[in-house]
Unconditional design. Structure first.
Length: 534
């Protein structure tokens, strides 16, 4: 019994010896856990006080609550002096760094990139690497400026579509489809081989800007904004300058124009201008002269083409014909004689721009195929096969098809009493058929040799109330004169342009060289422009 009591007391002493130290350790741990945060905060406050830092640095001015940071890592503002609890700097080093900090600009911590430092313990290698990576990512995001990307110029290839161009430049094909559905972007669906499209990408390699020059004057720009495409077409206006030319006809009209360096564009306008009064295939003679004052278009000080004729003169065997351009208040232009009389007609004198007469209007002619004498009730114009045929006046097509010995024929009715016939055609222009209305100067067919014909030519007839008339000599109805309210102003302007034509003729006759007027009128309204008097 005594031995059992002794053993029990021995076990109690052992339990007491174990439990008391364990309880002490537990209380110590609880104390440490309870007071460690405030101790760390106090330590950080002490560091800030030593270095004259504001108290807000202890929690980075409230950017992120202190409680959200682990004890081992605490943020401080970039540029601040950092002390670790395990190391105390010498007094002179602290003084130097405090002085350096005073001279730095006063930058608020809440707008500065964050750097991470250990406060109470040395970080592990993994923690240090993660801290460096975080610093680099955040610094790059806040401090790196956007970089301008270079233009990528893509040339359109045979068979290319917009989606193929996007795919070749590593852009989303779906973006090409979205862009193609926009009404303003329709020109991108009409790209042609050899044209260029300029592309600029953003930092992620997506489309940032696209430019496509539609023609000499129009440029299309595409820019993605807020998940949609903004399309804009910018138009450039050419600079307009005036030039002049004078030529003497020796062999033919085009030869004289080429010698005087006059473009085909300007010559076609010149022929159309006097086409109501002159048959250029028959009326011209050696020694006849013409003078033209016309526009030239420039972009970036480089000539890109000719514009309209301002004033023109044609001298046929001593007979002078003149035409002056007039623009009304609505922007419509027409040409008149210097006195304001109309020079245009309801009909062109000939249906071809260029050609020569192979058979004239006659009451008795030997037919080249039938070999019999009969009336030739029209005029035959020789021209290469496929030469465009123009309607000489506004009207409605009565027939477009085969017509016996006439071959492929077009007959047009003009109002109540006029009718014109175009025969031996090789074919018809697109859209030409019976019942269609046509405008003066419109291409309706092409020279051929269908029907009874020995070679390619155009047979042209002019009928009034069913009676055949000589197309070359018939009196054609002229256009109305200039409106009375505009006549005085027009005559004054026309007088100045006529003076310019006369001065041009004198100067060129004396020097036998071109003498440009060199008037730069910019983009002014040239219809009523008055030249400086000589």
């Amino acid at each position: 019994m005594a031995s059992q009591s002794t053993a029990g007391m021995h076990r109690a002493r052992i339990h007491y010896a174990v439990l008391v130290p364990l309880a002490a350790v537990t209380l110590f741990v609880i104390y440490i856990l309870t007071n460690a945060p405030s101790a760390s905060t106090a330590k950080l406050a002490e560091i800030n006080a030593q270095n004259n830092f504001p108290e807000s640095n202890a929690a980075v001015a409230g950017i992120i609550p202190e409680s959200d940071f682990p004890k081992i890592l605490r943020p401080i503002a970039s540029g601040s002096i950092v002390q670790q609890s395990s190391f105390k700097q010498p007094d002179h080093e602290q003084s130097d760094q405090r002085q350096l900090n005073v001279n730095q600009p006063d930058i608020k911590p809440d707008i500065m990139p964050l750097e991470w430092h250990a406060l109470d313990a040395e970080p592990t290698s993994d923690q240090a690497s993660e801290a460096d990576a975080s610093k680099l990512r955040l610094t790059a995001q806040l401090q790196s400026p956007p970089q301008s990307q270079p233009w990528i110029t893509t040339q359109v290839r045979n068979g290319d579509s917009l989606s193929q161009i996007f795919n070749r430049n590593h852009l989303g094909v779906s973006d090409a489809y979205r862009l193609a559905r926009l009404e303003d972007a329709k020109p991108l669906l009409k790209i042609r081989p050899g044209q260029e499209i300029k592309i600029k990408k953003d930092q992620q390699g997506k489309l940032a800007l696209l430019q496509y020059q539609i023609n000499t004057f129009d440029t299309l720009t595409v820019q993605p904004i807020d998940d949609r495409f903004v399309v804009e077409i910018t138009k450039r206006e050419p600079e307009i300058r005036l030039n002049n030319a004078k030529a003497t006809i020796q062999h033919n009209l085009l030869g004289a124009a080429k010698k005087s360096r006059i473009s085909l564009h300007t010559m076609y306008n010149f022929i159309a201008l006097f086409g109501w009064q002159v048959d250029f295939s028959m009326d011209l003679r050696a020694g006849d002269q013409f003078s033209i004052i016309y526009e030239e278009h420039y972009l970036d000080d480089e000539k890109i083409g000719d514009g309209e004729i301002i004033a023109a003169e044609l001298v046929l065997s001593g007979k002078i014909l003149q035409a002056i351009r007039h623009e009304d208040k609505d922007g419509h232009t027409r040409y008149y004689a210097p006195d304001g009389g109309g020079i245009e007609s309801a009909f062109l004198r000939t249906p071809l721009k260029f050609g020569y007469i192979t058979s004239n209007f006659s009451n008795n002619r030997l037919h080249p195929v039938k070999k019999i004498w009969s009336a030739h009730k029209g005029v035959d114009y020789g021209a290469p096969r496929g030469t465009p045929v123009l309607t000489t006046g506004d009207g409605k097509i009565r027939l477009a098809g085969g017509n016996g010995g006439y071959g492929k024929t077009i007959i047009i009715r003009h109002g109540g009493k006029y009718e014109t016939v175009y025969a031996h055609l090789s074919g018809y222009a697109k859209g030409i058929r019976s019942g269609v209305r046509v405008k003066q100067g419109e291409i309706i067919g092409y020279v051929g040799s269908t029907g009874l014909a020995t070679g390619p030519h155009l047979h042209y007839e002019f009928r009034i109330n069913g009676v055949h008339k000589n197309p070359r000599t018939v009196a054609l109805p002229t256009s109305d004169p200039i409106p009375e309210k505009s006549r005085a102003q027009f005559q004054q302007t026309a007088g100045l342009w006529v003076a310019e034509l006369e001065y041009l003729n004198r100067a060129l006759a004396q020097n036998n060289v071109d003498t440009p007027i060199n008037q730069n009128l910019g983009n002014q309204n040239l219809g009523n422009q008055q030249p400086e008097p000589n």
